[in-house]
Design a protein around this ligand. Structure first.
Ligand code: IPE
Ligand code: IPE
Ligand code: MG
Length: 239
């Protein structure tokens, strides 16, 4: 495939509805199945040659969910990263995380750090988990850190340009996403990567996240490839 997006970001939505549709009494089963879909998406993306895959796994706002669901999500997270280390090594995928990681339970932070360290040398694809992530919170923290540098005389106000702002975000080390996919039929961004997706192509799929497969990923990439990315220019200028 040519004209592949270099960086795909996914809002993995619809686990709760999936569990309800399948007659499960709690939403947890949907989250467990969601992990399998993530495995398919990550290995599929790596096979296609995508360099960066960033997935929205838990938002800052998701802390407001019932405590039992939050606890289950954290338990599933720890268990899954532990279990998938072997696959990450086999597929040469580096695990990365963005968000307010210090708000995660200690065992979660430790397990994440362990798997990030173990996979640090892998270079086929970077899989980034957005955890306790909120884009406005991220931008606010970036502004605070730039303001501090100005106050300390390390940075001049006129040197605050787009690159400086990008560099102060959690995503400093990666290119901006070219393609954002949201599953479940909802058409909103929900505080995900607001600065970084200013020119990303958006694809909304009518599939609940646990049902997402490599075929859906390919469908979304095909939609991306069919779009004309003008970035302000006219169609004629691109010819
Ligand atoms: C996405 O699925 C997973 C998380 C937000 C953690 P949801 O849990 O939001 O599922 P729906 O949207 O209620 O179906
Ligand atoms: C967005 O999904 C966050 C994640 C997928 C982790 P939500 O289900 O929390 O989003 P809203 O509340 O419907 O916007
Ligand atoms: Mg949802």
């Amino acid at each position: 495939m040519n004209n592949l997006p270099e960086h795909i970001a996914i809002i993995m939505d619809g686990n709760g509805r999936w569990a309800k549709q399948h007659g499960f009494l709690t939403r947890i089963k949907g989250h467990e199945r969601g992990v399998l879909a993530l495995k398919a998406a990550a290995t599929g993306a790596a096979e296609l040659g995508i360099k960066y895959l960033t997935v929205y796994a838990f938002s800052s706002e998701n802390w407001s969910r019932p405590q039992a669901e939050v606890n289950a999500l954290m338990r599933i997270l720890v268990k899954s990263i532990k279990r998938e280390l072997k696959t990450l090594m086999e597929k040469n995928i580096r695990l990365n995380a963005i968000g307010n990681l210090s708000t995660l339970p200690k065992d979660c932070q430790d397990e994440l750090q362990e798997v990030m360290n173990a996979t640090a040398g892998n270079d086929h694809m970077v899989l980034t988990l957005a955890l306790s992530y909120g884009s406005r919170q991220e931008i606010t923290q970036a502004m605070q850190s730039l303001a501090l540098q100005v106050a300390n005389g390390e940075l001049k106000p006129e040197d605050i340009d787009q690159a400086a702002i990008s560099g102060a975000l959690h995503t400093a080390e990666m290119p901006d996403p070219d393609l954002v996919i949201r599953t479940s039929g909802e058409q909103r961004i929900s505080n995900f990567l607001l600065w970084q997706i200013s020119y990303a192509e958006l694809v909304f799929l009518n599939v609940l996240w646990p049902d997402f497969s490599k075929e859906h990923l390919e469908q979304a990439i095909a939609q991306f490839q069919g779009r004309e990315r003008r970035i302000g220019k006219t169609s004629e200028q691109l010819k």
